[in-house]
Every structure is written in structure tokens, then in C-alpha cells.
Design a protein around this ligand. Structure first.
Ligand code: SF4
Length: 168
């Protein structure tokens, strides 16, 4: 793919999540500047991912942690950026809807230390779908920019896989 020829079909749940979380992270990830292998957080995420793989279902290139008659469920290790998780789930719900599968979204956050679980429920309705479509449009505009967005240090940077990259 031309590095600045992103289209709707190039978007993924992770890209939408990163777009909400950090525009620079979104751009770097989508342009395959991938430093995530070295991050402890990503290793933890991968361990959780491997643990749940027996249940994981793939539909139309999206990997869903769990699906029931009522819910599509996404499992995360942290709800530090709950809004990013919400839009990732809405993105999946819309993909399913386009295939004639209507579900609500459920985010399960398992706190590693206490093993406590928090549940958040999302629905794709007229309002949230419009928000999602606006977000997808803005994400594509960002990804089709030739230059990576400038680095601005925030609290989010502390645990980011790109921390060293951004601070060279
Ligand atoms: S270190 Fe900060 S600015 Fe850089 S990609 Fe990560 S969150 Fe974004």
C-alpha cells in the first residue's frame, strides 16, 4: 500500500483505538513503524491474548474475543483509556452489523493484581454510529498525512511502546 493511500478497508479496531488514544501512535502503527514488540505492556497484552485464543473468533478479518447471542465481548487488561476501547468495540459492532449480525458490545476489564472484573456495555445506535463514522473519517485524514504528528508528552506516554522512539 502506498504509505498515504489509506482507505476505509485499511482501518482496523486497533487503528481506531490508537486514533482516540494518541494520534501519533495511530500514525506510527498504521505506517508499520512497529516498535511494540519490546514493550512490557504489549507482552502482557499478548499473554492475555494467547490465553484467550481458544475462544477467539475471526469474522471478516476482525478478531473477536467472545460472541454470544447478545454480546460481542472485548477483553482488556486496563481501562486507562476507556473511550479508545469504546470506539474499538463500536468499530467491531459496525463490521458485524454490515454482515447482518446485530450485537451489543461488552468490554471486560480484568485487573491483573486483584483479578477483579469491570464490565462496560456499548450499543451501536444512530448517535454512536455517527460518532464512529466521524472518527473513521478523521482517522483516514490523519493517516493520509505524509508527516507523523508532532510529539507532545502526556501521561499516556509513560506506558507507551513508542516512548523511546518519541524521546530520541
Ligand atoms: S510516547 Fe506518547 S506521543 Fe509517542 S506515540 Fe506514545 S503516547 Fe503517543
Amino acid at each position: 500500500m502506498n504509505s498515504c493511500n489509506f482507505r476505509e478497508e485499511n482501518l482496523s479496531g486497533t487503528i481506531i483505538n490508537y486514533y482516540i488514544h494518541c494520534k501519533r501512535q495511530c500514525w506510527l502503527f498504521a505506517h508499520r513503524i512497529n516498535l511494540e514488540d519490546n514493550s512490557e505492556l504489549v507482552k502482557l497484552g499478548r499473554a492475555i491474548h494467547e490465553e484467550k485464543q481458544t475462544q477467539e473468533i475471526e469474522i471478516d478479518n476482525i478478531k473477536i474475543d467472545k460472541i454470544s447471542d447478545e454480546y460481542l465481548t472485548e477483553i482488556k487488561k486496563s481501562d486507562a483509556d476507556i473511550n479508545a476501547c469504546k470506539f474499538q468495540i463500536l468499530f467491531y459492532l459496525q463490521k458485524l452489523k454490515k454482515k447482518g449480525i446485530d450485537r451489543k458490545g461488552k468490554l471486560e476489564v480484568t485487573e491483573k493484581r486483584t483479578k477483579s472484573k469491570k464490565i462496560h456495555i456499548y450499543e451501536l445506535n444512530q448517535e454512536t454510529e455517527q460518532e464512529l463514522n466521524d472518527t473513521k473519517k478523521s482517522a483516514l485524514e490523519l493517516l493520509n498525512q505524509e508527516k507523523v504528528p508532532a510529539y507532545t508528552r502526556t501521561n499516556k506516554c509513560r506506558n507507551c511502546a513508542y516512548f523511546l522512539y518519541c524521546n530520541i
